[in-house]
Design a protein around this ligand. Structure first.
Ligand code: 1CP
Length: 345
């Protein structure tokens, strides 16, 4: 079994130790807003090529850690990679991700494999090992997966959902087929998370971006049990973070998941979330990523105000409510990190 490094600030926060300042990392901290990322992307020839070449994936994972001194690296990959390993065609172009042959029927679902990650996504493990080798010992390494519902939305809709009509049709009219798909996705996710831990991830994040598409009743009935299944499969002692965007209406239910932290987005007040859920997985976050388009001074001010609101409650990890936008000035990310480093409760 894995032993947790007591020296890693993020791990300590997830174990709810009191700290002199909160750990900090950002969703999409590697990305097009960094010139050094754009240079690797140019060299690699594309986004998926970068993910599949461990030396490129490791390099872009490490770039923001080197530049900003973040407390965690998050592996450069994508939540949609396991869908490809399950047998779906996956394309990334300037419009974002798409799956040209979505799953709509029982036969489509039956054709999907539950892949063994070491065989079909070995480049993920190799990239994690490369990153761990070059990462300062005090820095955590995060693995991640998409939650079954979010993965199902891409698999069924064939890309980014708008109304999620196809998802709902399968869910409401062919419930057994929908559940068969969710079951396969939950098993795939559990295996993929466990594989990343085996290959060096200290903690994992389950991204349920499209939880926001469902109302509470549907989420509890059709999605929550599969997220639970995905998280329960991990070895004990590995901290689990659940992220659900724009899901204030689901926090009561999400907080019942077996997780050590609940990453909320900027639409929810952290203070209120701490009061309400702090004893269960503590909330973490959360500045609006759009605030990073302001001046570095303004970013610094907002982070300091946010940390004053949290008032050093154990378990807090500073982050964004969604990914860093490509228009962001790296100086604003530097100000975000500096404000966290300078803060004392
Ligand atoms: O070259 C580029 O800039 C492409 C943009 C990009 C990046 C940087 C995509 C396309 N994916 C990624 C990497 C990525 N995706 C990471 C890497 C680690 C990091 O630095 O944070 C992670 C954790 C993800 C997770 C991810 N991918 C999610 C869940 C979190 C979220 O954004 O809500 C989702 C929904 C995706 C799908 C996806 N991949 C890429 C895009 C543009 C999208 C979203 C498109 C959509 O809205 O459906």
């Amino acid at each position: 079994m894995k032993t947790l490094s007591a020296t890693r600030r993020l791990t300590r926060a997830l174990l709810r130790e009191p700290l002199d300042r909160p750990p900090v990392w950002l969703m999409r901290q590697a990305g097009r807003y960094l010139p050094e990322y754009r240079a690797v992307r140019e060299q690699a020839g594309g986004f998926l090529e970068m993910i599949r070449r461990p030396e490129h994936a490791a390099e872009v994972t490490l770039q923001p850690v080197r530049r900003f001194g973040l407390d965690a690296a998050i592996l450069f990959s994508d939540i949609l990679i396991p869908l490809e390993a399950m047998g779906m065609e996956l394309v990334f172009d300037e419009h974002g991700p798409s799956l040209p042959r979505p799953v709509r029927t029982r036969a489509d679902i039956e054709r999907l494999r539950v892949p063994l990650p070491g065989e079909s996504m070995g480049y993920v493990g190799e990239a994690l090992r490369f990153v761990r080798r070059d990462l300062p010992d005090s820095t955590s390494l995060l693995g991640f997966c998409g939650a079954p519902l979010t993965l199902a939305s891409y698999a069924i809709e064939g890309g980014t959902g708008k109304s999620f009509a196809e998802l709902r049709k399968l869910m409401y009219h062919h419930e057994a087929d929908f559940r068969a798909l969710m079951e396969k996705l939950a098993r795939t996710t559990a295996l993929h998370l466990a594989y990343q831990v085996e290959q060096g991830a200290d903690a994992v994040v389950l991204f349920d971006t499209w939880a926001s598409a469902l109302g509470r009743e549907d989420y509890v009935r059709y999605a929550l049990p599969y997220s639970r299944q995905a998280l329960e499969g991990l070895p004990t002692g590995v901290p689990r973070v659940v992220f659900a965007g724009a899901s204030d209406h689901l926090l009561d239910d999400l907080s019942t998941l077996p997780a050590e932290a609940l990453a909320i987005d900027h639409r929810t007040s952290l203070d209120r979330a701490f009061r309400r859920y702090g004893a269960r997985p503590p909330p973490q976050g959360t500045l609006d990523p759009a605030a990073l388009l302001a001046t570095p001074e303004e970013v610094h001010r907002r982070v300091t105000a946010l940390l004053a609101e949290v008032a050093g409650r154990p378990g807090h990890v500073l982050g964004l409510g969604h990914g860093v936008m490509k228009e962001t000035d790296p100086a604003c990310v530097a100000a975000f990190v500096a404000a966290a480093r300078e803060y004392r409760p």
